[in-house]
Design a protein around this ligand. Structure first.
Ligand code: NDP
Ligand code: 8X3
Length: 251
């Protein structure tokens, strides 16, 4: 059955992969992001293939704007079936004692507080309807810290705990809650992490075939379409030559 799927950070990488895969699955999409022009390009691409798309431009750290956008959704878009909390980022890769306060604030505000804001805004409607699915994009980085990953890893550990907490809180309803934990996915992630140092970013994916946004989206679409009694609670998705957050065998 067609679902209404809201994806945060749908302009790039895993979020864009999810937009394309849920569209191919026949779902209707609410795509959110900060870059209005990119969002419009994605909307046009998917609309050309027959997908009904609504775009919302806001930063997940802007709680007032996020609230306004969700509370003023047109009536026919209000019943969100699937929330994909994807918007997020890493900034920096350095020892904790040398980290940037600004980078830390941005990661905590986006990866933890932004995800919480969207959850708080969307899930009450799901509870009322006794129906829905929250798919949070966590990370292998949340399972164990890797060297110099410190605060980013902590935000993804928080995503795991927040996801587990929500699953407990809605266990009496038909709502399902999923934490997808990708390893190395080639997206704009490393460019952002290294503040636009494209050469350093490219090195992250050298000597290994990394995952793609589509690979993660495939798992999201599977989880959202599993039979109603099946709750895909957590999935760790690694490239074949990645053993853990810190073990990558390059050839
Ligand atoms: P990308 O940089 O390609 O995409 C990130 C998306 O999040 C972009 O659309 C970006 O928009 C958006 N975003 C970032 N900050 C905000 C914000 N404050 N408000 C709204 N949107 C925002 O990276 P990925 O696709 O790789 O990252 C998506 C998620 O996957 C993140 O949560 C990341 O932590 C997680 N992840 C990534 C892995 C990887 O190896 N790539 C592995 C495991 C998890 P904009 O263009 O405006 O910045
Ligand atoms: C992104 C994957 O291993 O770079 O969460 O932290 S990793």
């Amino acid at each position: 059955m067609n679902k209404t799927v809201l994806i945060t950070g749908a302009t790039s990488g895993i979020g864009l992969g999810c937009a394309r895969k849920f569209a191919a699955n026949g779902d209707r999409l609410i795509l959110t992001g900060r870059n209005a022009q990119r969002l419009e390009e994605v909307r046009k691409e998917l609309a050309a293939k027959g997908t009904d798309v609504l775009t919302l431009v806001f930063d997940v750290r802007d709680r007032a704007k996020a609230t306004e956008c969700i509370e003023t959704l047109p009536a026919e878009w209000k019943a969100i079936d699937v929330l994909v909390n994807n918007a997020g980022l890493a900034l920096g890769l350095e020892p904790e004692y040398e980290g940037s306060y600004d980078d830390w604030d941005t990661m905590v505000d986006t990866n933890i507080k932004g995800l919480l804001t969207m959850t708080r805004l969307v899930v009450p409607g799901m509870v009322k309807r006794d129906s829905g699915h929250i798919i949070n994009i966590g990370s292998v980085a949340g399972d164990a810290a890797y060297a110099n990953g410190n605060v980013y890893c902590a935000t993804k550990a928080a995503v795991k705990t927040i996801t587990d907490g929500l699953r407990l809180d809605v266990a009496g309803t038909a709502i399902r809650v999923t934490n997808l934990k990708p390893g190395l996915v080639e997206t704009n992630f490393s460019n952002t992490r290294f503040h636009g140092d494209t050469e350093r970013a490219a090195n992250v994916y050298k000597g290994i075939k990394p995952l793609t946004g589509d690979d993660i989206a495939d798992v999201a679409v599977y989880a959202a379409n599993a039979p109603a009694h099946v709750q895909v609670a957590e999935v760790l998705i690694l490239a074949t030559h990645q053993g853990s957050g810190s073990v990558i065998v390059r050839k």
